[in-house]
Design a protein around this ligand. Structure first.
Ligand SMILES: Nc1ncnc2c1ncn2[C@@H]1O[C@H](COP(=O)(O)OP(=O)(O)OP(=O)(O)O)[C@@H](O)[C@H]1O
Length: 228
């Protein structure tokens, strides 16, 4: 399963449901969600607390199995895979970026990226070139504690792109950033999404940065609809 032998078809959820609980107390975290995100497209998801945004990321990333429906990444249905196959697909094809960057405190920026190379054992991108492309070439030898919030987020994005993923799932990347840095980080995400041909979903409460996205959807009560 390598990028060279598969087409980059992006992400598709088809009539996907995720329920918690039983009977009267059932919560429909995802309620018949159908969504396609093409390779090279940045889609933002907005919506109130509890609407199902984190559930969508968890199901799209193969971290949570949906109750029904399908989830395909590059035309591979995650719901058909055995746990080991799913773990492998996640490692090779899916990148995650979290609020705080989630970096390992003891490692320099360069080593955070090298670690991905070691774990995946496949021919990913060059760590130094990638750090350069996210504007962090001059900070490659610094540890997370010596970086600003925006810089940490850039390293987190670079790390997620190391394995040339087909799908990038981004949770509130600007939550800890000021306005200027928020714009810079989402502009970077948009550029990398387009240049690397990755399908990207970004969950955000920050309406300021939506202008950089190709499409904006709103999640309400587990369902998706276009955002006005
Ligand atoms: N493990 C769980 N068990 C039971 N209910 C859950 C579980 N995880 C989420 N839920 C419920 O599913 C619904 C969707 O939650 P989710 O975390 O996806 O919302 P969200 O839009 O990400 O919210 P926020 O913006 O506050 O992070 C909520 O009603 C939540 O209470």
């Amino acid at each position: 399963m390598t990028a060279a032998t598969t087409t980059r078809a992006g992400l598709a959820l088809n009539d996907t449901c995720l329920n918690f609980g039983d009977g009267d107390s059932t919560v429909h975290a995802l309620d018949h969600v159908t969504l396609e995100v093409a390779a090279g497209e940045l889609v933002a998801i907005v919506g109130p607390s509890g609407a199902g945004k984190s559930s969508l990321l968890a199901v799209a990333g193969g971290l949570t199995r949906p109750t029904s429906g399908t989830v395909t990444v590059d035309d591979v249905d995650l719901t058909d895979l055995k746990p080991r196959e799913l773990t492998r697909l996640r490692r090779e094809r899916i990148g995650f970026v979290f609020q705080s960057g989630n970096l390992i405190p003891a490692l320099t920026a360069r080593d955070q990226l090298r670690l991905v190379e070691k774990i995946t054992g496949r021919d990913g991108r060059n760590p130094d070139e990638l750090l350069e492309s996210v504007g962090m070439g001059h900070r490659a030898d610094r540890r997370p504690g010596q970086l600003s919030g925006g810089e940490r987020q850039r390293v987190g994005i670079a790390r997620a792109l190391m394995s040339r993923p087909s799908l990038l799932l981004v949770d509130e990347p600007t939550a800890a950033l000021d306005r200027k840095r928020s714009h810079e980080v989402v502009e970077l995400l948009a550029r990398e999404t387009h240049d690397a041909g990755v399908a990207t979903i970004m969950v955000t409460h920050d309406h300021d940065v939506l202008e950089h996205c190709d499409r904006v959807l709103e999640m309400v009560d587990g369902g998706l609809r276009p955002h006005d």
